[in-house]
Design a protein around this ligand. Structure first.
Ligand SMILES: NC(=O)c1ccc[n+]([C@@H]2O[C@H](COP(=O)([O-])OP(=O)(O)OC[C@H]3O[C@@H](n4cnc5c(N)ncnc54)[C@H](OP(=O)(O)O)[C@@H]3O)[C@@H](O)[C@H]2O)c1
Length: 336
């Protein structure tokens, strides 16, 4: 193999508040030859996820924090360059925790081989990957919407949210999205078929929920937390299910997280609120991916990947998740 050079983003310092370029170091090093049992992968697309903010905080979570000087953890898809594992050939497409970098040699057991051509790869980080499985299992297993019921999702124009509202519709429920800005709201109702959308930046969310959910909210799929969660709790229907998928409004302020003031609504409305982590469903991903692929093929489900180009743009691109500059699943294109 000719000597390859890898550029990688490593964690240089732990941020307090919003991460910025000073918290990252872009390093250059030769790519090591794959050892026995390893595969060398050229990274093509990197998934940018709100969870990355949690991974760089030094606190207990469902995964260990990224250490200082460690390559930033990221789900990614790439192409096999060389392999010392039977079943992986140069040119094969794979996914795994490949990191924010251009090349990596990893244990073949940590990789999933992907079918389909290169144009499908961003989808593998979106509707057919982790965010798609989050929307699918979070909504259907925890939210359990029934036909005719009302599903409200926050972060509705994002990677997970834009899928949640559409799956709700496919299952015969009404879907109401909460998103930032009129253009995102137009996209939800006109392009994706949501029944209604609420612009939390210009509307009173409580009043708009009363208008669009006259019989209350049966399933609230929360990606945002904070005031939006409180507004939804105030509008729950009897026996409602609240899915705590995420709370992006709180991620940059981990030492002073705003808890729900309206939690007694759970008692009054005989409701439940359940935390959900998609990795609990890994054994059922093939089932979820099969169904999502079927809906994509039939045209019932539309998906959008927001692709930003260039590894060096990683620090700024990550912030788009927190400023709302992304629409749909945010992906960093490294090569290809
Ligand atoms: N539990 C799990 O297993 C799991 C798995 C994947 C993701 N998640 C969670 O799911 C949520 C969505 O993830 P994603 O990857 O699909 O991200 P995303 O929705 O594509 O991007 C984040 C969006 O959040 C909105 N946002 C940012 N700051 C906000 C604030 N202060 N208040 C309200 N909205 C804000 C922005 O949209 P606007 O323009 O609308 O503000 C932004 O586009 C996150 O909370 C994430 O942590 C959980």
């Amino acid at each position: 193999m000719p000597e390859l050079v890898n550029r990688a983003f490593r964690l240089a310092a732990r941020p307090e508040g919003v991460p910025s370029s000073e918290h990252w170091a872009l390093t250059t090093e030769p790519v090591p030859e794959p050892g026995e049992g390893q595969v060398c992968v050229r990274v093509l697309y990197i998934s940018l996820d709100p969870a990355m903010r949690g991974w760089i905080a030094d606190r207990e979570s469902y995964v260990a924090p990224v250490q200082i000087d460690e390559v930033m953890r990221a789900i990614a898809v790439g192409e096999v360059v060389s392999s010392r594992v039977e079943g992986f050939e140069p040119g094969d497409h794979v996914s795994g925790l490949l990191g924010v970098q251009e090349y990596v040699s990893v244990d073949g057991r940590a990789l999933t081989k992907l079918e389909g051509d290169r144009s499908q790869l961003p989808l593998r980080l979106g509707a057919l990957g982790m965010p798609g499985m989050t929307a699918y299992f979070g909504l259907l297993d925890i939210g359990r919407p029934e036909p005719g019921q009302t599903v409200v999702v926050s972060g509705a124009a994002g990677g997970v949210g834009h899928l949640v509202g559409q799956i709700a519709r496919i299952k015969g429920a009404r879907s109401v999205g909460i998103a930032g800005g009129q253009e995102k709201c137009r996209y939800l109702t006109e392009d994706l078929g949501f029944d209604a959308a609420i612009d939390y930046k210009s509307e009173n969310v409580g009043a708009s929920l009363r208008e669009h959910c006259p019989d209350g909210i049966d399933v609230y799929f929360d990606n945002v937390g904070g005031e939006t969660l409180d507004a939804a709790l105030a509008r729950l229907a009897r026996h409602a299910r609240v899915v705590i998928c995420g709370a992006i409004s709180q991620y940059n302020n981990p030492d002073d997280i705003a808890g729900p003031k309206n939690y007694l609504a759970l008692l009054v409305r005989h409701a439940t609120m359940t935390g959900f982590v998609v990795t609990d469903y890994v054994s059922r991903w093939p089932e979820g991916a099969r169904e999502m692929a079927g809906w994509l093929q039939s045209g019932e489900l539309k998906t959008h990947e927001h692709v930003v180009k260039g590894l060096e743009g990683f620090p700024e691109a990550l912030l788009m998740l927190f400023t709302g500059e992304n629409s749909g699943k945010l992906v960093l294109q490294v090569a290809g």
